[in-house]
Ligand binder design. Structure first.
Ligand code: SF4
Length: 400
């Protein structure tokens, strides 16, 4: 094992861009595959090759957290996921890198069988994030979500046995055919498996998705109705002891997602796999750089086999952009942006950047009077708050 080295700290996001079908609301980079698709088999080694290159390129010495998302990472199966995880641990050891304290894996219940779940636990996955969305069959069918409610429940039982409370369940509100009673039943059923964490997402109709074409005809609720549904879900979760700590995330004490908190604080992360992105911040210069990995699985595989060519597309984040993104991500978090980090990064307090926005939102009771954070009611108007804050920052030229 190499001696521990000094270098950069960054989390890793690993993208697995394969799915068993296409959900109508999805706008992630993912391609539908059959179980025997050879790309599923070769993908772990391609990722390991890229991990090795990026660790060297970005001089990483500490990886605090890892998130394996998709797509549907569980489609790699126990064999593929085992090769990926054992390969990563071997690489970290070989490079003298301080390995992660949290590794999250996204899984869809239908492809997360017992062998897969046990392999993940044995290879160091500490959090499983399970895409439940809804147990209500008509709502699942209306958006072409694969999987069936009965299998979902069987798999949740397995996850509970293997990971204890170390898992999160995702639910979606605003689905066709959903009402408050159906949502309450979804939440109660999920909580009966005792997850440590729940994500409650309001369905958004993204441009270019099948849902955007003809959503109304499928019985999507009107916007006010959809908002009321999400609020009812939030209140139910909080009644049951799951505290909201971010716009869409709730947890039991101590079960917050550390990887995501690093995103909300705009700390370095590196993305691996087609469609993934990475952001590297230079705090001393209040600038950043972002890359996106070419969203093309075949070009990616060719690169991993040694074909020359550029895989990363880069963009610069200037001071104003970085400041806006720091606010955008930070105010999602119920504790608000990290004031000390903001000061260190930009050489000024947030109060000097957006004093009028802060005064107006405090007056309306939508911003806390202590640390700079939106109140529970204020979080519902996050977009409006950010629009005002950005206008003020632009008018001030971000006090460059
Ligand atoms: S499973 Fe997830 S990534 Fe795949 S199509 Fe559905 S929403 Fe998109």
């Amino acid at each position: 094992m190499a001696a521990p080295k000094t270098g950069n700290t960054a989390s890793l996001y690993i993208h697995v861009p394969f799915c068993a079908g296409v959900c109508d609301y999805c706008d992630f980079y993912s391609i539908p595959v059959l179980p025997r698709d050879s790309r599923l088999h070769t993908y772990p080694e391609a990722l390991l090759r890229e991990a090795e290159v990026r660790i060297e390129e970005f001089r990483l010495s500490h990886i605090p957290t890892v998130y394996i998302g998709g797509g549907t990472p569980s489609l790699l199966g126990a064999g593929g996921m085992g090769r990926l995880l054992s390969g990563l641990w071997k690489l970290w050891k070989q490079e003298g890198i301080q390995g992660p304290g949290e590794i999250t894996l996204e899984a869809n219940p239908e492809s997360a069988d017992e062998a897969f779940l046990k392999t993940c636990r044995d290879q160091g996955i500490t959090r499983l994030s399970l895409g439940v969305q809804t147990f209500h069959e008509p709502s699942r069918r209306a958006v072409h979500r694969v999987g069936a409610g009965a299998l979902l429940q069987e798999r949740l039982g397995l996850v509970r046995d293997i990971f204890g409370r170390g898992f999160s369940g995702d639910l979606i509100t605003g689905l066709p055919g959903q009402d408050e009673e159906i949502l309450r039943r979804d939440i109660d059923r999920l909580l009966s498996y005792e997850p440590g964490h729940v994500s409650l997402y309001a369905l958004t109709v993204e441009e270019g998705t099948p849902l955007a074409a003809g959503g109304r005809e499928r019985g999507l609720p009107e916007p006010d109705r959809a908002d009321a549904l999400w609020i009812a879900g939030r209140d139910r979760l909080e009644q049951q002891g799951y505290g909201q700590y971010e716009v869409s995330n709730f947890s039991l004490p101590g079960r917050e997602a550390r990887h995501n908190i690093r995103y909300w604080r705009m700390e370095n992360w590196i993305g691996l796999g087609p469609g993934a992105s990475g952001t590297l911040i230079d705090d001393a210069r209040a600038r950043g750089r972002r890359f996106t990995v070419n969203p093309d699985v075949d070009a990616y595989s060719a690169w991993a086999r040694g074909k020359a060519g550029e895989l990363l597309f880069w963009e610069d984040l200037d001071r104003l952009t970085l400041m806006k993104e720091t606010l955008l991500m930070g105010f999602r978090y119920c504790r608000g942006p990290d004031a000390a980090l903001f000061r260190q990064r930009f050489g000024m307090d947030m109060e000097s950047g957006i004093p009028q926005t802060i005064a107006r939102w405090r007056e309306r009771g939508l911003l806390e009077t202590g640390p700079l954070a939106l109140t529970k009611a204020g979080l519902l108007f996050l977009d409006g708050f950010l629009a005002e804050a950005f206008r003020e920052l632009e008018a001030r030229g971000a006090l460059a």
